[in-house]
Write a protein that binds this ligand. Structure first.
Ligand SMILES: [Zn+2]
Ligand SMILES: [Zn+2]
Length: 336
């Protein structure tokens, strides 16, 4: 037996739908690992699932479910037919828990688009727990240079930001605006800076703008003081949007010049699109396994870092409440 945070029914967080309770410790099946969880990042999408925002889309897919999809830990048990892992290996799991391995997406390095994909903590039990089962083919070795607890957000904000930046052809001198500076935006600033881009960070939080400057943003726009769409109008080569707001999406589109590209990692309406300026809007979800390993290598070299606040695993409900209330200053990470 072990402890896990379980959600029985979707409900407003204020009604206390999560319970820290003893559950059966599962055995890993063929191709699977059991991970002793060290840490799991707290993602806004966890909140959406818990409160039922995605119930119409069939999520969570099982009940009860253990949320959490940016997980690190050590290999605690190894199922049949697994190669490449030993007991005690330091590992991580991202939201992509399993893919089919045979479809056009899986065989072309775009497995995050697989129609059979299973999402950690939404369709199978995730990382708000002392132990979880992973698919070995979607489990990553965490480099020795990285601390397991601070590495956890690399597995959602990290790969999400990297996948979005990889959709852009950034080089030295490119001008990129990053709209929204939560966990993902802070990572995007760093990946864009590595590509040589001149980054303008846009947000409503003075603290988030300050962190963005520390992480390499050359310019910042305080969205509470000026309309960033007007302040930056037509000056950016590209923009990325990680704030789930129609207003912000439209400001991002206005900020890019003719022929520019906006990449979005959130659900938002861009309004009426005019063809005359030749702009491109691209959706981005997560990233491939190859890209995840590139993120880990960059972090191991010290080229990117996460900004985290740590909390005990049992406090998940309280931490999600603080996230909902915008009381968190950086990425919350739950640890055992
Ligand atoms: Zn996430
Ligand atoms: Zn597939």
């Amino acid at each position: 037996m072990h402890h896990a945070i379980q959600l029985d029914h979707t409900a407003p967080l204020s009604s206390g739908p999560l319970a820290w309770r003893e559950v059966e410790t599962p055995e890993p099946g063929p191709g699977q690992l059991r991970i002793a969880v060290a840490a799991c990042g707290v993602c806004r999408s966890n909140l959406h699932m818990i409160e039922g925002d995605w119930a119409a889309g069939g999520l969570p897919a099982i009940s009860p479910i253990v949320p959490g999809h940016e997980v690190t830990g050590t290999v605690d048990a190894i199922g049949p037919e697994v190669t490449g892992f030993a007991l005690g290996d330091r590992v991580g799991v991202q939201p992509l828990w399993r893919t089919c391995e045979v479809c056009e997406y899986c065989t072309s390095g775009r497995e995050q688009l697989c129609l059979e994909r299973l999402i950690t903590g939404e369709m199978v039990d995730g990382g708000y727990a002392e132990y979880m089962i992973s698919t070995a083919a979607h489990t990553y070795h965490v480099p020795d240079e990285l601390d397991l607890v601070t590495a956890a957000p690399l597995f959602c904000p990290g790969i999400t930001a990297y996948g979005a930046i990889a959709k852009l052809d950034l080089g030295p001198g490119s001008r990129l605006a990053v709209f929204g500076l939560g966990g993902v935006g802070h990572m995007a600033v760093q990946f864009a800076r590595i590509a040589g881009a001149e980054v303008t960070a846009v947000a409503r939080s003075a603290h988030h703008l300050e962190v963005a400057r520390e992480l390499g943003a050359a310019h910042t726009v305080d969205a509470t003081a000026a309309d960033p769409g007007e302040a930056l109008a037509g000056t950016m080569d590209a923009a990325v949007v990680f704030a789930p707001s129609d207003t912000v999406a439209q400001q991002a589109l206005a900020s890019v010049k003719r022929g520019g590209t906006v990449v979005t990692g959130v659900i938002a309406s861009f309004g009426t699109i005019t063809f005359a300026e030749g702009k491109t809007i691209a959706e981005s979800i997560l990233g491939s396994r190859a890209q995840m390993n590139e993120v880990l290598a960059l972090a191991a070299r010290g080229d990117v870092r996460t900004v985290v606040d740590l909390f005990p695993m049992a406090d998940a409900q309280d931490v999600l409440g603080r996230l909902a209330g915008r009381e968190l200053r950086s990425r919350a990470v739950l640890h055992n």
